[in-house]
Design a protein around this ligand. Structure first.
Ligand code: AMP
Length: 396
């Protein structure tokens, strides 16, 4: 079922409170090092300004643990917002987020003006989805808009609780995430290929289980491939192993077989003596991993096989790098996957987190159909879970 968006509701002259995910990285001098989360929210904010709403924006940043802590003030976000919007953004740095100055400033707002609240996590009630705090936030406005996909998998006062007290609709970013992530999983054009990587199987078991019900082909690479190798009885040398989950990996191999899903593990790999970019390295078949070496990337033959699968697919979801892409000597597999996806005509979706970082690093982001802005949220979505911050919004 689709959710109402800002386009389904009259906002002119109304006080609209918008939850954004402005949890941006800062350097030691408090400068924003990557503002993609702010730029991603621009379409919703600009739309509300153009339509003459009074726009109250709220977000969390970092983990101030429910206490005011100026290390986590949203002041740098307010400054960046002003630059991007080319208009004044009123910011009142209240240690309790909402105080009488904030209430007075909100009352005086004119159509098209923007005000940013202080870091929501200065209040311990926020992450507890506390009813009184949800009401306090709701009392500032007449409409609630959720555009924070990155926190939509958490039921907090500003993502779920507040929706009990105000008409609640989604912004364009959440709408886009639901359209691409949800659409790909529920109505994929086939063949539907998923590529899973990253280091831990444990984190991704439920995603793999859910995807096995949907995809035609599943490629497993990255650190987690070794847990699957182990489940197949192979020797993996010093490669990373999620020992607790070997039997689960074996179960997943069996489930794939029963579901008729083509599950592909790399046939060869690049292994190194040390976990270091300058380490001695070599290419080995999966049956011949030396006891004193660790797998760091997928090998050339695997890359060729995977490229062919990518070429055939019409929908591709990728989550997790297939090698230690942060080290240039072991980034080849991840780069090859990214390039093959960039060259494909398929619907290509990057499920957030490290694979999104890899695609940015390779400057291929604009060649993908959709890059999810929420790591944890996109994984939970792919697990088939309902996200509380989306569930709380009104149905169309
Ligand atoms: P995750 O957070 O589970 O998505 O894992 C991402 C991390 O997995 C990245 O930092 C990669 O460097 C790492 N990774 C990928 N392949 C390997 C590997 N073969 N051995 C160890 N770590 C890996």
């Amino acid at each position: 079922m689709s959710k109402k968006t800002v386009k389904d509701i009259e906002v002119e002259g109304k006080r609209v409170i918008v939850r954004c995910d402005f949890n941006v990285p800062l350097d030691e001098d408090g400068q924003i090092t990557d503002d993609i989360r702010i730029t991603s929210a621009m379409p919703t904010i600009k739309y509300l300004i153009e339509k003459g709403a009074k726009v109250i924006i709220m977000s969390h940043m970092g983990r101030p643990e429910g206490e005011p802590n100026m290390k986590y003030t949203l002041k740098p976000v307010a400054d960046r917002l002003e630059e991007l919007l080319k208009q004044k953004v009123q910011f009142i740095s209240s240690p309790i987020v909402i105080d009488k100055n904030v209430v007075a400033a909100v009352q005086e707002m004119k159509n098209g003006e923007v005000l940013l609240l202080e870091n929501l996590r200065f209040r311990k009630e926020e992450t507890k989805n506390d009813v009184a705090f949800s009401k306090e936030l709701a009392s500032l406005a007449e409409i609630f808009v959720n555009d924070a996909f990155g926190t939509a998998h958490r039921a907090h006062s500003s993502t779920a609780g507040i929706a009990e007290f105000l008409p609640a609709v989604s912004g364009f970013l959440i709408e886009k995430e639901i359209k691409f992530l949800g659409g790909a999983v529920e109505y994929p054009e086939r063949p539907f290929l998923a590529i899973m990587g990253g280091s831990k199987v444990g984190d991704k078991i439920t995603v793999i289980e859910n995807l096995l019900k949907k995809v035609d082909t599943l490629i497993i690479g990255g650190g987690m491939m070794f847990t699957f190798y182990k489940a197949q009885g192979l020797e993996i040398g010093k490669s990373i192993l999620d020992a607790e989950n070997v039997s689960l990996a074996a179960e997943l191999l069996e489930k794939a077989d029963k579901a008729g899903v083509k599950l592909l593990l790399p046939v060869d790999l690049v292994a190194a003596k040390e976990f270091s970019n300058d380490s001695i390295k070599g290419v080995y078949t999966k049956e011949c991993i030396p006891a004193d070496m660790m797998g760091m990337d997928i090998g050339p033959e695997s890359i060729e096989i995977f490229e062919k699968e990518i070429e055939k697919a019409k929908t591709i979801i990728w989550n997790g790098p297939v090698g230690v892409f942060e080290m240039s000597n072991f980034a080849g597999g991840t780069l090859a996957i990214a390039e093959a996806m960039a060259a494909s005509d398929a619907v290509t979706i990057i499920g957030g987190g490290d694979s999104a970082a890899a695609v940015e690093l390779f400057k291929l982001a604009d060649k993908m159909t959709h890059i999810s802005t929420g790591g944890g949220a996109s994984l939970e979505f792919l697990e088939g879970k309902e996200l509380p911050g989306v569930a709380a919004l009104e149905d169309k």
